[in-house]
Write a protein that binds this ligand. Structure first.
Ligand SMILES: Cc1ncc(COP(=O)(O)O)c(C=O)c1O
Length: 395
């Protein structure tokens, strides 16, 4: 059995760890803070590596692409737990799901075209399907209120289609209680008006609250108070229905750590540079803001910092943009030291431009609750992915 501390010896390049104990504690914390009857659906895009580990801890999975569906299928996640979401639903993929008599997941509907596709396939295969109509947040996602209302007005045309409810996701990193209140109050009023005007009772509100994660010192916020306010807002809704919260970042972020080795140290024109073997192709904090704000990081085995010297931490790509952190105080460092970036369990890994410069994709380890470090993906040479098959045949 490999222990977490052995990973530093085994890996001579960057890697990620996702700590399952921290992850499960996090889900437990969020659930305890929410009203008892509210369910939690994990957004797979935040981190597909932890899906199997939390299958029993969450009520469902939001699946946003054929690739994510394949991951869930291969992990034998029951289709009943899947909400097939996404602004582009590949028609052949949707047909495959609807044609499959064993599939009983739910589909979201992001446009009138998607509605026609889903209803048409349901009729063609004579299969009952369940859908959630996604309300837009004034972006390319979801549908306008009039579009949804027009669907609901004519919903009897499709007796095989269960118009199960409404989905609404308005953005991520939302820490303003005021904004969430406005959003929930509006949803509440609109759901009541659907009942009054169209005799439609939404059986479910699948709502993405976009819970914030404090990545940087200036992001700190009082989470317990925030969650308690949020729960109160849900409880105060007049329209009573099943509420499912779609959460990605808020569940996955704090279980993740990214480790990268210091491979060079230098001073250029009075600036101190640390070069690491990872870089922005591996790790992206929220919206590339990592070089503007200071992410939480430490040097393995070296507590404290020397505040006299500030460092630019740069990755190993041929790009001046490959700056992971700016003006960071570190302890006294040397080549071979390992930097640990905290809170990297959500999106950080998959939003990196992993194929740039044909560098390796980092290995991924799950740290099981008994302390065992399990390698769930070895480091990958991306040169194979960047090699033209056509070119190879011609050689
Ligand atoms: C439809 C939907 N639900 C849930 C999420 C998860 O959001 P977050 O990671 O902010 O919780 C997203 C993120 O893009 C989304 O698009």
């Amino acid at each position: 059995m490999t222990r977490e501390d052995e990973l530093f010896r085994i890996n001579d390049t960057a890697f990620y760890t996702f700590d399952i104990r921290i992850l499960k504690e996090r889900i437990g914390y969020i659930k305890a803070a929410l009203p008892e009857d509210v369910s939690v659906c994990y957004a797979v895009k935040a981190n597909p590596f932890i899906v199997r580990e939390i299958e029993r801890d969450v009520d469902g999975f939001e699946v946003c692409s054929p690739g994510e569906a394949e991951i869930c299928e291969r992990l034998e996640i029951p289709s009943k737990k899947m909400v097939i979401s996404g602004v582009y639903k590949t028609p052949s993929f949707i047909e495959k799901l609807i044609a499959n008599p064993d599939f009983d997941g739910t589909f979201t509907v992001e446009s009138p075209l998607q509605y026609s596709l889903l209803c048409g396939l349901s009729q063609q295969y004579g299969r009952k399907i369940s859908i959630l109509l996604r309300l837009t947040n004034d972006s390319q996602f979801g549908m306008s209120e009039p579009d949804i209302e027009s669907i609901l007005l004519n919903r009897d045309r499709y007796p095989l289609v269960n118009h199960a409810g409404i989905q609404y996701f308005s953005g991520t990193q939302k820490s303003s209680v005021k904004k969430l209140r406005r959003e929930i109050e509006h949803l509440d009023e609109w759901l009541i008006s659907l009942q009054d005007r169209y005799g439609y009772t939404a059986g479910c509100l699948e709502y993405g609250p976009g819970f914030p994660v404090a990545y940087f010192a200036e992001d700190e916020f009082e989470e317990a108070g925030f969650l308690s306010e949020f729960s109160k807002m849900l409880e105060e809704m007049t329209f009573r229905t099943e509420i499912v919260l779609e959460i990605g970042r808020g569940i996955a972020a704090n279980c993740g750590r990214y480790y990268t080795h210091i491979v060079d140290i230098k001073q250029n024109k009075g600036r101190n540079y640390v070069l690491v073997d990872g870089g922005m192709h591996h790790i992206v904090y929220f919206g590339q803001s990592m070089a503007i704000k200071q992410p939480k990081l430490s040097v393995v085995g070296k507590p404290g910092v020397n505040t006299e010297t500030k460092w630019m931490i740069c990755g190993s790509l041929c790009s001046m943009n490959d700056i992971i952190a700016k003006q960071i105080p570190l302890p006294d460092i040397e080549i071979g030291d390992i930097l640990c970036f905290e809170n990297t369990g959500a999106y950080c890994m998959t939003e990196g431009i992993s194929l740039f410069l044909s560098r390796e994709i980092p290995a991924v380890y799950l740290i099981r609750e008994n302390g065992e470090a399990v390698c769930v993906r070895p480091a990958y040479e991306t040169s194979q992915l960047n090699l033209s098959e056509y070119g190879r045949e011609q050689l």
